[in-house]
Design a protein around this ligand. Structure first.
Ligand code: 5AD
Ligand code: SF4
Length: 482
């Protein structure tokens, strides 16, 4: 399978059992198994859920069969993601038939989108909890123990879980996610996220810096700051987000924007690398790029979704920028950080997209030459603006053909970009032993490209200078140099 088409696949593959690396708490004798689907934010949220439950004495297990409670943290972004979750719920239900006391809960975006309909329609589920209600989980489990079904899908304008130190689940002990905003205010017409994750709010920078300090003290070497749109991060002392111009003088004085936050995080420990995701072309400022250029430990890599290369389609998507604006942002990246890798998200076959407009997507890809892309067919989502206003009129086979063309072109570009690295030496942060051979390690360079090299005496968490000798279309191959 093409690596460049892997996000859809990740949605299923990543739902593997997760392991706990936390300190023990006094146990209440009940075990919880959490399976996560979808974006990085969901994986990060599952760590918050584990932390909330651990405080109440629950233990997490990586074996579903051992669990008293099974939670599925779900994704609604495309129809296929929801189908995967439905299949999993059915298979859990079969286990429950053998083990009647087992509780099954749905967390996250699908819980928020479907609400109590999940209890009525699926009949496979005991608990339904939206992304802003995780603090209520212990109480909801008690409710189910008392013989009732339990639902909390209330969205909050304030909840950031800022004070909660996540239990690191299933990770490599080297890289970690740190969420900096929740929700999204952008209302892209194709997207369900503003409905499932609610209004955008920024997390107190003090709690973010503390979490990064804690990770550094525990031996972590890389943090990825997470938000649906990191560039609109704005802290001014609490409450839901406001535009900077609308702040009082006092609020302005104590405000922290994304560029400032990134600088604070980069200063925590020069040995801890900083990444972030996702950037929004309409909000990404030159200030952010200058901070990236200033700090060696901020990686030269930006995930900058474009969605479409055509301005009319972008307008219909309500993305807030044109093709020209997007290319101007790419030029700013090239000017300020000449050696910066860029990756993207793109959607094939959005409502009314013509063949010429699809060609504009391909030509934008030619102009930018992304290192990597996540590529999708448009999938109509219930209650989104696009579903209400536009017809999903690009035939399935046309969507598929356009997507295949996008994937083929991206493969060429990924290969082209990686080939440029042959002969260069990169500082690689080792993440673990290569899946293909235990004689090799893998890690990532500043561009987020995977680098595989002979193991020697190195181990996960080491920074190693690796000279690149060769590459495949998705991986750099090299050897450690002194
Ligand atoms: N159909 C297809 N792709 C979508 N995305 C979001 N909503 C949809 C949809 N309805 C893609 C966008 C976004 C990424 C996370 O998922 O490209 O950037
Ligand atoms: Fe969805 Fe757009 Fe928000 Fe991204 S920026 S989460 S695509 S609404």
């Amino acid at each position: 399978m093409l690596e460049t088409a892997s996000k859809e696949i990740d949605e299923t593959r990543q739902g593997e059992a997760i392991e706990r690396y936390s300190k023990g708490a006094s146990s209440n004798g009940r075990k919880v198994y959490i399976e996560s689907y979808g974006c990085q934010m969901n994986f990060s949220d599952s760590e918050i859920v584990a932390s909330i439950l651990e405080k109440e004495g629950y233990e997490t297990t990586k074996l579903m069969q051992d669990a008293d409670i099974v939670f599925v943290n779900t994704c609604s972004i495309r129809e296929k993601a929801e189908q995967t979750v439905r299949k999993r719920l059915s298979s859990f239900h079969k286990v429950k038939e053998e083990k009647p006391g087992m509780i099954i809960g749905v967390l996250g975006c699908m819980a928020e989108r479907m609400k109590s309909k999940l209890l009525d329609e699926e009949k496979l589920v005991d608990i339904v909890v939206g992304p802003d209600a995780y603090r209520d989980l212990p109480q909801l489990v008690n409710q189910v123990d008392g013989g009732r079904k339990a639902v909390n899908v209330i969205l909050s304008k304030e909840e950031t879980y800022g004070d909660i130190s996540p239990v690191r689940l299933g990770g490599n002990g080297v890289t970690s996610f740190v969420s900096i905003t929740r929700g999204c205010d952008n209302m892209c017409t194709f997207c369900v996220v503003p409905f499932t994750r609610g209004r955008e709010r920024s997390r107190d920078p003090k709690t973010i810096v503390n979490e990064v300090r804690e990770l550094s003290a525990n031996g972590y070497k890389e943090v990825t700051l997470l938000g649906q749109n990191v560039d609109s991060y704005l802290w001014y002392g609490g409450g839901p987000k406001k535009e900077f111009e609308k702040l009082s003088e006092e609020e302005k004085a104590q405000s922290v924007n994304f560029a400032q936050l990134m600088e604070m995080v980069a200063q925590v420990d020069p040995n801890v690398r900083v990444r972030f995701s996702t950037s929004h072309p309409k909000d990404m400022t030159d200030d952010v790029l200058h901070v990236m250029a200033k700090y060696d430990n901020i990686c030269n890599y930006i995930h900058l979704p474009f969605q479409s290369g055509n301005s009319r389609v972008l307008e219909m998507m309500n993305r807030g920028y044109s093709r020209e604006w997007y290319l101007d942002r790419v030029n700013a990246i090239r000017r300020i950080i000449p050696d910066c890798a860029i990756s993207a998200d793109v959607i094939a076959g959005f409502c009314s997209e013509t063949e010429e407009e699809h060609q504009d997507t391909l030509s934008l890809m030619e102009e930018v030459k992304y290192h990597f892309s996540y590529m999708f067919k448009y999938s109509e989502r219930p209650n989104t603006l696009a579903q209400r206003k536009f017809e999903d009129d690009v035939p399935e086979e046309v969507k598929q053909r356009r997507l295949s063309e996008i994937i083929a072109l991206q493969q060429e570009h990924s290969f082209e970009q990686l080939k440029k690295d042959i002969g260069k030496t990169y500082k690689v942060l080792v993440e673990g032993v290569s899946k293909k051979s235990d004689k090799e390690l893998y890690g990532r360079n500043t561009h987020n490209s995977v680098v595989v090299f002979p193991r020697g005496n190195y181990k996960a968490g080491d920074y190693v200078d690796v000279k690149i000798n060769d590459c495949t279309s998705a991986t750099l191959l090299g050897e450690a140099v002194a």
